[in-house]
Design a protein around this ligand. Structure first.
Ligand code: IPE
Ligand code: IPE
Ligand code: MG
Length: 598
């Protein structure tokens, strides 16, 4: 255990105690899930314990047997509000939240997604009756997807991206349904103790009297038939074909083992009979061990093949070097370039993870053709932006950030500004973001001030509808300024210090980074500016501290994905040092000096 915390680079004694607390609570509360987490690589296990312990803590508040529903909902509100405050401050006196905050910052997890799953729990605490399997399944999706997707993010951050194939979306959903139905059956007695039956009316109505008998805790033929029906259903849902196809052997082994364990849980439910109504049932230790012992050996072997990275913060560059040239998170290739050009093969460890683009030269492009400036913006958006996004997805880039409108661009005339806004609106509505199968996620970095309200709404809506996508992340820097971003981060830190949540002497770079607009986005590896100017123009000042720079003479509307690929190929030749001395063999000067000494 101490060894695992050290391997995960968790050295602070308070944090170690917090993670240890999470581990014990997960182990005690959910033995089967705990054993599945033990199949994760050691460096990721503490994060898994923290996330699970946090979800469980919130779930336990929502499901508490004591007190009225409104009081439970209020307690959960207080718990999540405390988490929100403490996330900003960076620490908590509550060990579970303290470990979770560290996990979120260490692995830059998506806070919005965590909050979404807590919000679902709140609805449960308030009591929500589910009529149909469809509603039930949507609820399962909302509350469980977050856990699954955060675990996938962890793996991706550690160098093992886990692809989600859209064509298998239904199969994933059914599988999650199977896991959740198994849980519901195993813990039936706890639901009954609270007076809840978390099954949809649709199925209960098929077994007349079963609901009444369940409430009376009476094991009748109706209840027995209902349990048999649900157990068979859960077995079928768990048996989704081809879920592990194309997965790295590590996650594939975890998925197979989880499936076996959950089938064993269902067998235990079926064998339990009346006992099911009085206590939670689990497969025997012997059965669990028979499944887990060989799985552990296979998982250990599988992870040895994986290029795992240590947690990204504390030392060196903010993010581990990218491990995959072609991101398998890409769900379906976007349309190819009309010339038939294909992306170059970039060695995995030379591929940038995050490319940020200053798309400049629209106005000059138009003027040189005797066209009004807005025509340049139009072609830049319709042709260059679209093609570069496709090219980024095709080459397997993880993060592409586009500078679309700066806080300084308000100095332009109103008509030009209006055109620029209309272009963004059109882009949000285009297939880049509306076609689910490209898996492209949109994020927006910028301020609301000055923007039309309906455009802000469209941006937020596009962020929300694309948030689960697992391919390329496109960040639109729109009404964005680097100094404005740093100033608002400073204001938040000052507020935390005034409230006594942060001591100025202990302020770290991570603290500041976690208050930026998109704290879970990795640092910029490469800034690319078109249009011939050689300046940064207030773009991503913090995030590009160690970025490589690339300048292209072409005006932006003349650019296409081949220019992006050329830029990435050039980046791949560069040596990044982060302040270190160059390795001896690559320095001709030093060889010369040594030669002359001899
Ligand atoms: C970049 O092109 C687009 C935005 C700044 C919004 P410009 O409009 O700056 O084009 P030039 O630099 O005037 O040619
Ligand atoms: C930078 O381009 C901003 C965007 C591309 C959105 P500008 O054209 O506004 O930059 P300056 O004014 O030449 O520095
Ligand atoms: Mg310009």
């Amino acid at each position: 255990m101490a060894g695992i915390l050290s391997r995960a680079v968790i050295n602070d004694p308070v944090l170690r105690a917090a993670y240890t607390h999470c581990r014990s609570s997960v182990r005690q509360r959910d033995a089967v899930e705990y054993s599945i987490m033990q199949l994760m690589p050691p460096v990721l296990r503490p994060a898994c314990w923290a996330m699970w312990a946090a979800f469980s803590a919130a779930d336990d508040i929502a499901d508490a047997t004591q007190g009225p529903r409104t009081a439970r909902a209020a307690r959960l509100d207080a718990w999540t509000a405390a988490l929100e405050r403490e996330l900003a401050a960076g620490s908590s006196a509550d060990p579970v939240r303290h470990a979770l905050i560290d996990t979120v910052r260490r692995w830059r997890l998506d806070v919005a997604e965590l909050q979404l799953s807590f919000a679902t729990l709140k609805e449960d605490a308030r009591g929500r009756r589910l009529e149909t399997w469809r509603e039930w399944s949507a609820r399962v999706g909302d509350s469980n997807f977050s856990w699954a997707s955060q675990s996938m993010t962890l793996l991706a951050r550690a160098g093992v991206p886990v692809p989600m194939w859209l064509r298998r979306k239904d199969a994933y959903q059914r599988y999650l349904d199977g896991l959740y139905l198994t849980d519901t059956l195993t813990d039936l007695s706890q639901d009954l103790a609270r007076g809840d039956i978390s099954l949809p009316a649709e199925v209960l109505d098929h077994f007349p009297q079963a609901t009444d008998h369940l409430r009376e805790r009476r094991w009748s033929p109706a209840v027995s038939d209902l349990v048999t029906h649900l157990t068979e259903q859960a077995h079928r849902w768990l048996d989704q074909p081809d879920l592990t196809g194309a997965l790295h052997p590590g996650p594939a082994e975890m998925l197979r083992t989880a499936t076996r364990l959950f089938h064993a849980r269902l067998d235990a439910v079926q064998e339990a009979g009346p006992v099911l109504l009085s206590r939670p049932v689990l497969p025997t230790r012997r059965i669990r061990w028979q499944i887990l012992a060989p799985a552990r050996a296979r998982a250990a072997l599988a992870w040895r093949l994986a290029p795992l990275s240590p947690p990204p913060h504390r030392s060196g560059p903010a993010y581990p070097a990218p491990r995959q040239a072609r991101s398998p998170l890409l769900v379906q290739p976007p349309p190819a370039h009309p010339s038939g050009a294909r992306p170059p093969t970039i060695p995995a460890d030379h591929m940038p993870r995050h490319v940020a683009v200053i798309m400049d030269g629209n106005g000059r492009w138009a003027t040189s053709r005797n066209l009004p400036r807005h025509q340049g913006h139009r072609v830049g958006a319709d042709s260059a932006v679209r093609d570069v996004i496709y090219g980024a997805a095709e080459i397997g880039l993880n993060y592409l950030t586009l500078y679309a409108f700066s806080t300084e661009n308000w100095k332009r005339d109103t008509q030009e500004i209006t055109y620029l806004f209309e272009n963004v609106r059109d882009q949000l509505r285009s297939d880049i973001f509306t076609n689910d199968s490209y898996g492209i996620r949109l994020r927006w970095a910028g301020r609301n001030e000055g923007l039309p309200e309906d455009l802000v709404e469209e941006l937020l809506k596009a962020e929300s509808t694309t948030r689960h996508r697992t391919g390329l992340t496109v960040t639109l820097c729109f009404n964005y300024g680097g100094r404005a971003e740093l100033t608002q981060a400073a204001a938040q830190l000052a507020r935390a210090a005034t409230a006594g949540d942060l001591h100025p002497d202990h302020l770290s770079e991570d603290d500041l980074a976690s208050h930026l607009l998109l704290p879970d986005t990795p640092d910029v590896d490469l800034i690319w500016r078109t249009g011939g100017e050689r300046r940064i123009s207030n773009f991503l000042l913090w995030q590009s501290a160690y970025a490589e720079l690339h300048f292209t003479e072409k005006y932006w509307p003349d650019v296409d994905r081949r220019d992006l690929w050329h830029t990435i190929s050039d980046y791949a030749q560069r040596e990044r040092r982060y302040g270190t001395a160059p390795p001896p063999t690559s320095s001709p000067d030093r060889l010369t000096t040594q030669d002359s000494v001899q």
